[in-house]
Design a protein around this ligand. Structure first.
Ligand SMILES: [Zn+2]
Length: 583
């Protein structure tokens, strides 16, 4: 039971949490001033410390050098007692388990700092063995340049130790790296320690500066987490130290660890600044769902078009021109880096209208390969009578030709110079001559079904919304059953569906995959707290639409934690409930 650590916000594996001491500490943070180490049990037996709420007490522990045999570790394992005050216990990746502590000190971690894959393994193994609502403390390793990567990986608590030691050795640290003090012609910082001439700046001052620089970097990192934008920062920041770049790429290879911790939707924009962006969870998840869940319901030809900077695409000038030429006779799918392909029904769905890419006008080989793979998988799943590629030459054409080759298809190309020049638009309209128009209602119904497929799973659109009527205007769509009962509404901001109680009941009775939270015998109003959760589907992610069900209540709402985190947490908001029925 963790009484003194509560996670408040999540951004991938990084979190903002509160260490609830008598003076609470918002983490990730430096904890030098609030940690009391009761010491090692190797030299002597130790009394259990009295402890109190002013400090995080590290209970008496026994560390093992790397490579110690398992039998030795087992016979000297410490039996950690349950205490009434904020406590931390020392563990290694192999000995980590739920000891009921508020925080876990990862010992022998120095060896894995500097090695991307060893670091990844140590963190993931430990995190998977300790409860989600407990802090992870790495002592003696943080520097201004690496701390963002440590936090990105899932570390909550760090200390000044290494930064101070480096300062006393005459190494001046910034979030870009380190300099020998004697090489500096001026002090590139305005912290209190640096407000003096470089000639008078000594190693004690350097230690103070290093700690200040570390503290400032942690402030930036916390703000990034609150904004849901630590990943954008990491892609640039990690570049200053090779092993940090290696480490975050190693984490990208561990899909499930990051995927479980990444929200399915966010308020913030996703900035695509580097080639690493295509490997982030949000991008891979969108591509995976578009190629495995989405199903085309139009019988018209496919029209491939380039994306626009304006989002959603349909509000851009270029897409307005395409639309005039197409006139509801083609199914529009936008090609874009780094998202892949975006069918018109999903143009509002996160992250399709939430990304901004630095347009260089040039596609890298990685981007081309990624978009070509997504388009190929898309066309393997969705058949069209014909494919019209209304795309410019650079990059797009190359991708289309690769897919034509791979699938033995022939696309019709309609662009002369530029997609919006008159000749090109005439070609586009001409290529669709004789095709039947679909109605606006048809398009709206298909939009709701496509979002259901994307959001809930393969087949969900048909299982849930076979027979519906629509009200109001796109994108603020409202879905009703034939009797007029409202089932769901489209949330234009995120391009997802939010269910009514009637929709929720239809959902649990249907064949569509459901995400359920089982609660105790109470009727939730507003929030469901983690202790009230009996069980939750493993597949639930932050932001997911969920059904909340217990002996006394049936409700619908949105998940605030992942399913596994809900099931193992003892603090915090698990889900917010939108509508609830007493039963
Ligand atoms: Zn400074």
């Amino acid at each position: 039971m963790t009484d003194y650590f509560e996670v408040l916000e999540r951004d991938g594996a990084a979190r903002i949490a509160q260490l609830r001491l008598s003076d609470p500490v918002t983490t990730p943070a430096l904890v030098d001033d609030v940690v009391e180490d009761a010491g090692s049990l190797w030299p002597e037996e130790r009394e259990l410390p009295a402890g109190d709420e002013s400090a995080l007490t590290v209970l008496p522990h026994r560390g093992f050098p790397a490579g110690t045999a398992d039998e030795v570790k087992e016979s000297f394992a410490v039996d950690y007692p349950d205490v009434e005050y904020p406590s931390a216990v020392a563990v290694t990746p192999d000995t980590a388990e739920n000891f009921g502590a508020d925080a876990y000190v990862l010992s022998d971690v120095q060896g894995s700092i500097g090695h991307g894959s060893a670091f990844r393994d140590a963190i993931i193994e430990t995190r998977d063995s300790i409860p989600a609502d407990s802090g992870l403390y790495l002592s003696g390793v943080a520097t201004p340049v690496n701390v963002a990567t440590l936090v990105y990986a899932g570390v909550d608590l760090v200390d000044e130790h290494r930064a101070v030691v480096k300062g006393l050795q005459g190494k001046y640290l910034t979030n870009e790296g380190e300099h020998f003090l004697e090489d500096l012609s001026e002090l590139p910082c305005a912290c209190p320690a640096c407000r003096q001439p470089v000639g008078e700046f000594d190693r004690e001052d350097c230690a103070d500066h290093n700690a200040n620089a570390l503290r400032a970097e942690l402030g930036r990192v916390r703000e990034r987490i609150r904004a849901g934008r630590l990943r954008d920062y990491i892609e640039g920041q990690a570049r200053h130290e090779q092993w940090c770049t290696a480490a975050f790429r190693e984490f990208d290879q561990q899909w499930s660890y990051l995927e479980q911790r990444t929200p399915v939707l966010r308020r913030s924009e996703l900035v695509s600044a580097t080639e690493d962006t295509i490997r982030r969870v949000e991008i891979q998840r969108f591509a995976e769902r578009v190629t495995n869940r989405y199903q085309n319901r139009f019988s018209n030809p496919l029209v491939l078009v380039p994306c626009s900077a304006t989002k959603p695409y349909s509000e851009s000038q270029s897409h307005g021109q395409f639309h005039e030429a197409i006139g509801f006779r083609g199914h529009v799918v936008s090609m874009t880096s780094p998202i892949g392909v975006v069918p018109q029904e999903l143009e509002c769905t996160y992250p399709a209208q939430h990304y901004d890419s630095v347009v260089t006008g040039r596609w890298s080989e990685d981007e081309k390969r990624f978009v070509a793979n997504v388009l190929q998988a898309y066309l393997e799943r969705n058949e069209y009578p014909s494919v019209i590629a209304h795309i410019p030459d650079e990059g797009y054409r190359d991708i289309c030709e690769r897919v034509e080759d791979a699938l033995d298809l022939e696309f019709t190309y309609t662009v002369e110079e530029h997609p919006t020049d008159e000749e090109s638009l005439v070609n586009l309209a001409g290529a669709l001559e004789g095709e039947l128009k679909y109605s606006k209602r048809e398009r709206e119904k298909n939009t709701v079904r496509a979002i259901a497929d994307y959001q809930f799973g393969d087949g969900a659109g048909d299982a849930l919304f076979e027979d519906i009527t629509m009200e109001s205007r796109y994108p603020k769509l409202r879905v009703h059953d034939p009797e007029g009962e409202q089932l769901a509404a489209m949330v234009p901001q995120y391009g997802v569906l939010s269910m009514t109680l009637a929709g929720g009941r239809q959902w649990v009775e249907s064949d569509a995959p459901t995400k359920r939270i089982e609660i105790d015998a109470f009727v939730p109003h507003g929030d469901v707290l983690a202790p009230g959760v009996v069980d939750a589907d493993d597949e639930i992610r932050v932001g997911d639409e969920v059904v909340v069900e217990g002996p006394k209540a049936f409700g619908v709402g949105r998940a605030e934690m992942s399913g596994p985190e809900m099931a193992e947490s003892t603090r915090g908001v698990a889900a917010s409930v939108r509508h609830v029925d007493e039963q």
